[in-house]
Design a protein around this ligand. Sequence first.
Ligand code: DGL
Length: 239
Amino acid sequence: MRGPIGVFDSGVGGLNVLKKCVELLPDESFIYLADKANMPYGNRPREDIARAAFACADTLFSRGCKALVVACNTATVTAVDDIRALYGSRVVVGLEPAVRPCIKQLGKRGYAVALVTQATYRSDRFNKLLFSCEKKIVPIAVPELAKLIEDNVDDISRINDFVKSIFRDYMDAEAVILGCSHYTYITDMINAVYGGKIKIYDGADGAARRLKYCLELSGELAKKGEQTPKIEFLSTYKE
Ligand code: DGL
């Protein structure tokens, strides 16, 4: 199948995932949907998040997308399996916290903190992932953080003190896992909190690589010169 690749998130977070996808797949066209009307997903009940994620998938597939990237950890843990089941043969890639790559690099006694939204913290999928990790990962749910990032993305330094306060009790951590696509915007801030002595894991690269792999496998990867690659941006708004 031909067509653009649909990418969605509740807001600006998924733009970091889109960037990685564009870098890795420069011959593809993309449609990015920011579901601002339903932001923040992470503070909503499961059914609301699933409904919002299905509406995004429907919008993007109705516009002729050949594949979908759920560029949101919260929507992925909540709905990616059901979206895959509904859209059958379509390539649907989710965004997962980079727990496994982090575990591989952790020292014997070290631990990592995984920053996630409340909904991800509660989800079965995330808890199963943690269960397989010999308790080396400490999950932290920060209900306000994604919305604070969304509202301050033009000058992220405004939330510096708040970000510092999150890590106060975890200054001996070896690594931080960003379990929400919005958190990529505070990567430098987290680095500064730890004086540059921390490893930070972001799932965006993994999602982009997975997308490329799946498109190769399904024979749907755009060929060089086949089209002029475009990126279209869509958004939902609160009435
Ligand atoms: N960016 C989303 C994620 O990756 C969630 C932000 C929100 O709560 O809307 O989990």
